[in-house]
Design a protein around this ligand. Structure first.
Ligand code: SF4
Length: 880
């Protein structure tokens, strides 16, 4: 990119061509006052405060945010004339502003207040005219005080450009201009709170703060969001050991200050009254509070008793997609060394058992090597089987940035008409028939091959078996594929053409693919597609790269698997059945594994408990009663074991069945690391002391371990991560201290060690959809993510419950008409297993003969309905 040389306030500066003066100044530590310019938003030029003196061919005055840098330009930021002008602008603004700083939550971090002080302004020359507009409080978490608004337009741009919602805009004209919703209807948006974050005054406010402190009273601790796997940095604002609000920082983390409703407002669970603050032991049938010594002693004794009577393999362990890497590492180490069992697992692996191996293979084969941040640099975005708006909202914002900045093409393939608002010029939606994803991916591949949309010679030279792969698709008919998928041939072709274009292509593979019965075939097909279109194989330095990103449900669904909390792998995806791997781990941990510990079995840990093969279950940081796909089986499994230990922050439905409950801390009270869906490891920072007697998971495991005679103890997560680095090949090179400054991306680190490897195509006949039918249960149950909720934490966050108190059953308009169901009617969804009653939401989003229910409203137990991926149900209107 061409660079421009200029001078601002006597400082020589080099800036990329096209940069405006304001940005060039910020990038070089020079302050120019301004209230409407924001680096992540498009230019608006509304506040008129950033006037500077510019000398190009001649000297004049320009608005810094709206004027591009030019070669040889000289800029003066604070000449007497400029300051006089700025003061006049401020006098106008303040003539309308209520000057209610003592009662405004923004005081202390208000742009208007700062500039007033900087310019040393006194009461102005203009007659004060106040607006006296009523406060708008039409929703539980955001409020708009139009009296304080300076019409900078930042909130409008954020809502439209970053969130893709456009819920607010300028209304009226001239002196009557205000910010508001269309026809002054109540705010109906995603409640990301981006408006409060960018508002330079106190016009938009976070109602959840509730006057709980002034900005200068808060300590601000950046850490990682505990909800989805994007891994946004949140800034916890604390006062007297309590988290009062969450803000964001545009310059810290991968999210540029963007957050979704859960990240920004879903923090109240940290201090929820339902938190468990002491250990519990079941006595005479009821759980009663106990001391830590009693609980640890009791648990260790019961484990030892079971080991001596039935062997360690009679114990099972379930790790956590929400706990830190260090917690999970110690958990699997404790199970494998102290309990002498390899019957361990986590919900992500249970739901998608093939995924771990496929992700690792994708990394090594060079088709999953980029971090999530690369979404912003993409030239083509392909979301398949993922509802990015609901599942990973900030990843959606990153994608919108790519569309805005790079003109990225967008392709969304989904069974449902998922919503993703974007300004993409090329925006293709492939709404494929239920279960036909593999056929669709092969149709894309076949078109690219048959129309030679990529350089096939290049593909041949960068892979091992291209000719064989190509000829394996000779019989495949794209016309037939179009019929099976229900997507027109023209649309599939258009998508194939976009995918084959050179440049960076990010393919995000979602839960619908990962958790489908044919997950392995579908993911292998995506890997093939990615290898076929990957321009990086051309050998040109700037050719771009096509890469897969795998959607993971929770903040550390990736990390729990990286740590080896799964029966087939040690930390770093080393196969437990490989003797060399086993010996390496034995050496590192100073143990000798019993011979029968690593027996291969097709039963997961819940199956083992359900089939009476386990005597004890140790569950850390999960509520499988709500999260395990088969609700009936998990309930029975938990009841069948003699000894159930649950370590969690809340008395979940699973904890209520336990003999011992161990209280653990939340993300705000601990240190450690999470690994996001882009395989980037980020560091957590402790913001407050543990609530009650709760302890970090690694400490609890440490106490249990010592009680059971293990000699190794750990003083901190840092020490644990150092051990992980030595044991896990994928975390080699990680450094706890360095993580404070820079995150660690293990996929690129592993790939760089295997860079010369050629891709090997998976060859197989594309499988067609198999959707069971039953005339008594004519609907297919689909489940998925929710923007507003995610498990136990959101359930205990009052603001999220206020925004989204209900879980709806989403029914297709035609089906609703046939069943005479209207919006909000209570409907009974019944499967052969069970039934639930929910309110109906009628739309065209889900296909006919399907019903969609969020699986993240923890209190709904949609898993009670399920038996397989395509659970069949019937729907009827509830009769009173
Ligand atoms: Fe948290 Fe995910 Fe929302 Fe980011 S997108 S704030 S990680 S829930």
């Amino acid at each position: 990119m061409k660079t421009i040389h200029l001078v601002i306030d006597d400082k020589p500066i080099v800036a990329p061509e096209g940069t405006n003066i304001f940005q060039a100044a910020i990038d070089n530590g020079i302050y120019i006052p301004g209230l409407c310019y924001h680096p992540k938003l498009s230019q608006f030029g509304g506040c008129r405060l950033c006037m500077v003196e510019v000398t190009e061919r001649r000297t004049g005055h320009r608005f810094a945010c709206a004027h591009p840098v030019s070669e040889g330009m000289t800029v003066k930021v604070n000449t007497p004339k400029v300051i006089r002008y700025r003061k006049a602008v401020m006098e106008y603004l303040l003539a309308h502003h209520p000057l209610d700083c003592p009662t405004c939550d923004k005081a202390g971090e208000c742009g208007l207040q700062d500039i007033t002080h900087d310019l040393n302004l006194f009461p102005g020359r203009f007659k004060t005219v106040r607006m006296h507009a009523p406060m708008i409080r039409d929703n539980p978490i955001l409020e708009l005080n139009r009296n304080r608004c300076i019409l900078c337009g930042r909130c409008v741009s954020t809502c439209k450009e970053i969130e893709g919602v456009g819920a607010i805009d300028f209304q009226n004209r001239g002196i009557k201009t205000v910010i508001g919703t269309a026809f002054d209807r109540p705010l109906n948006c995603s409640f990301c709170g981006g408006c409060t974050a960018v508002c330079p005054t106190g016009a938009w406010q976070d109602r959840t703060l509730g006057f709980a402190g002034r900005s200068w009273e808060f300590s601000k601790v950046p850490t990682i969001c505990p909800y989805c796997s994007v891994g946004c940095t949140v800034v916890l604002n604390t006062k007297t050991e309590s988290v009062r609000r969450v803000t964001s920082d545009d310059y810290t983390g991968i999210n540029e200050g963007n957050l979704c409703v859960k990240g920004r407002f879903g923090h109240e669970f940290i201090h929820a009254p339902e938190r468990i603050k002491t250990p519990f032991i079941r006595r005479n049938g009821a759980l009663s509070p106990a001391s830590w010594d009693e609980a640890i002693e009791h648990t260790a004794k019961r484990f030892q008793q079971i080991i001596s009577e039935s062997g360690g393999t009679a114990i099972g362990g379930i790790g956590s997609e929400k706990c830190a890497n260090e917690d999970n590492y110690l958990f699997q180490k404790f199970c494998r060394t102290a309990l002498k069992t390899n019957n361990i697992d986590n919900m992500a692996n249970i739901k998608s058992p093939a995924l771990n191996g496929l992700i690792y293979e994708s990394v090594v084969q060079g088709v999953a090597t980029v971090s999530l941040k690369e979404l912003e640099r993409a030239n083509t975005l392909f979301f398949i089987g993922v509802d990015i708006t609901e599942a990973h909202p900030v990843a959606g914002s990153m994608a919108r940035k790519a569309i805005r900045m790079n003109n990225a093409h967008l392709i969304i393939a989904n069974e449902r008409a998922v919503q993703f608002n974007s300004p993409a010029k090329n925006d293709i939606r492939l709404r494929y028939a239920l279960g036909s994803q593999i056929v669709l991916i092969h149709a894309l591949i076949k078109i690219i091959l048959s129309e030679k949309l990529v350089d096939l010679k290049r593909v041949e030279s960068s892979s091992n078996n291209f000719s064989k792969f190509r000829s394996s698709l000779d019989e495949f008919s794209v016309e037939e594929a179009s019929k099976i998928t229900g997507v027109s041939l023209k649309t599939i072709r258009n998508a194939a053409v976009l995918l084959a274009k050179p440049g960076n292509c990010c393919i995000v593979c979602g839960k619908d693919i990962e958790e489908s019965p044919l997950a392995e075939d579908a993911i292998r097909a995506l890997m093939n597609l990615c290898a076929l279109i990957n321009p990086a194989y051309s050998g040109e330095a700037d050719a771009g790269r096509a890469s897969l990103l795998f959607s993971r449900a929770h903040n550390n669904s990736q990390g729990v698997n990286d740590m080896g909390v799964a029966p087939g792998i040690f930390p770093g995806y080393a196969d437990v059945h490989d003797t060399a791997n086993r010996e390496k781990i034995e050496g590192a941990w100073g143990v000798k594994f019993p011979d029968d510990m690593f027996r291969k079995t097709t039963e997961n840990v819940i199956d083992l408990a359900f089939n009476n093969k386990l005597k004890a279950l140790y569950i850390m940081g999960d509520n499988p009663i709500a999260t395990y796909p088969n609700g009936r089986k998990i309930r029975e499994a938990c009841k069948k074991v003699d000894f159930l230990v649950v370590q969690d922050t809340f008395m979940t439905e699973t904890a209520q069945l336990a003999e011992v409950v161990l209280p653990s801390v939340t993300f705000a009270e601990k240190e450690g690391t999470f690994t996001n869906m882009g395989m980037t490891v980020q560091r957590l920072n402790r913001a407050i002391k543990p609530v009650g007697e709760a302890k970090p998971d690694w400490q609890i495991i440490g106490s249990l371990s010592q009680k059971m005679g293990q000699s190794r103890s750990y003083a901190s997560p840092k020490e644990i991560l150092t051990e992980i680095e030595g044991v896990s090949p994928v975390y080699a090179g990680i450094n706890y201290e360095r993580l404070r400054r820079k995150e660690f991306h293990w996929a690129s680190s592993v790939y760089n060690k295997n860079k010369t490897a050629k891709y090997t195509f998976t060859i197989g006949k594309p499988k067609s959809p198999v959707v069971r039918k039953n005339k008594d249960y004519p609907f297919v149950l689909l489940t998925g993510a929710s923007l507003n909720h995610q498990g136990t934490f959101s359930r205990h966050s009052k603001s999220l419950m206020a925004v989204a108190p209900e879980c709806f059953a989403e029914i297709n308009t035609k089906d609703a008409q046939a069943l005479q169901i209207n919006n909000n009617d209570p409907v009974v969804i019944e499967s052969p297993q069970n039934k639930v009653t929910l309110k109906a939401k009628v739309s065209g989003k889900s296909p006919e003969k399907t019903v969609f229910i969020s699986e993240e409203h923890e209190w709904v137990f949609s898993n009670l309905l399920r038996d397989a991926e395509h659970t069949l149900v019937k729907i009827c209107k509830e009769t009173v």
